[in-house]
Design a protein around this ligand. Structure first.
Ligand code: NAP
Length: 301
């Protein structure tokens, strides 16, 4: 089977298609024939070698997301033939998804949404679980006022839509004026590219996807979560009784089932910028690196 591997760090040209023996699922695992995956910022940083401590040893197979078909099952939870999607914590486990066949715990997968294609489903697990788990930490509920920074991005865009589905009122901080409309189309009530326009002490919760640290915007006794690990910790706001965290995404089949339900209910718009064949993975990374994306870059196997 084919895998996308790196044996040294660098630009997209370090990505190579190699051959490897098929993995064998253990008890509780399933073997997935991968139909599609997608590129995330973490893949780009891992390939470049900028993650630092915690990077799996070289050579490594990259990729965090997959959608495909179960072809062998060691659990009754997901039988062979099931259409699934899942997230593999590639940095934590070294188990990359850019591989024709992936063996992984059934508990890290879920039945894929039935209303979208497997290519679209493959773009959801990492940003979707990050959005869902961080909204849960922030305890966002109906009637809450939430600010999402980087709201036109993959995680931010899903956070806006999922928070709206919970009945929250959502405002957005985006990188440039052209993204104001994008955030509004996703459901933001108000959006700005100018952080000086943010009202002070107004949000019950702030979901910060790029390390904006707009801490003046959160109310006293509010909640502030960043996912921008490399930007460092959120400033200490304990003097205002604001809870803070830098959230780290976890493998979470139950979260994916919840996500699939929301997608099937038509509450989430899936945004795919473009599709590349796996053999064109270097070009796909070049495209991702250029930015200006309107959705995810999908890899089709
Ligand atoms: N902690 C975790 O577990 C976890 C999980 C998933 C992702 N992440 C990290 O979270 C970040 C976002 O991920 P993603 O997949 O959503 O990336 P993405 O799709 O590239 O989105 C990032 C968004 O933030 C915007 N942005 C960047 N700098 C900005 C600035 N100075 N002002 C305003 N907006 C700005 C970008 O705008 P432009 O397109 O104009 O640059 C883009 O819309 C990445 O760094 C990723 O590595 C962490």
């Amino acid at each position: 089977m084919r895998i996308v591997q790196i044996d040294h760090f660098g630009g997209p040209d370090v990505l190579t298609l190699a051959e490897a023996p098929a993995p064998r699922p253990l008890d509780g695992e399933v073997l997935v024939a991968v139909v599609a995956s997608a590129i995330n910022p973490v893949d780009h940083k891992t390939r470049e070698g900028t993650i630092g401590d915690g990077t799996p040893p070289l050579p490594m197979t990259l990729g965090w997301e997959l959608a495909g078909i179960v072809i062998d099952s060691r659990t009754s939870a997901l039988p062979a033939g099931e259409r699934v999607f899942g997230m593999s914590h590639q940095l934590g486990t070294g188990r990359g998804t850019w591989s024709d066949l992936v063996a992984m715990p059934a508990g890290s997968l879920a039945i894929a949404p039935s209303t979208i294609s497997l290519v679209e489903a493959a773009t959801l697990p990492l940003p979707g679980l990050t959005a869902l788990q961080t909204l849960d930490w922030l305890d966002v509920r109906g009637g809450d006022r939430l600010l999402v920074t980087g709201a036109a991005g993959a995680v931010g865009g899903l956070a806006v839509q999922l928070a709206r589905a919970r009945g929250a009122r959502v405002d957005a901080l985006v990188s440039r004026p052209a993204h104001v409309e994008v955030a509004k189309e996703l459901g933001a009530d108000w959006a700005t590219a100018d952080r000086t326009m943010l009202p002070a002490a107004s949000y019950d919760a702030v979901f910060d996807t790029f390390g904006a640290f707009v801490t003046d915007a959160v109310t006293d006794e509010g909640r502030y979560a960043s996912i921008a690990t490399q930007a460092g910790p959120v400033p200490d706001l304990s003097h205002r009784a604001v809870r803070t965290t830098v959230n780290q995404v976890r493998e979470d089949g139950a979260g994916l089932t919840e996500l699939a339900k929301i997608v099937n209910a038509g509450r989430v718009k899936v945004r795919v910028d473009c599709e590349y064949s796996l053999r064109d993975v270097q070009e796909a990374h070049e495209h991702f690196r250029r930015g200006q994306l309107t959705g995810k870059v999908a890899l089709v196997f």
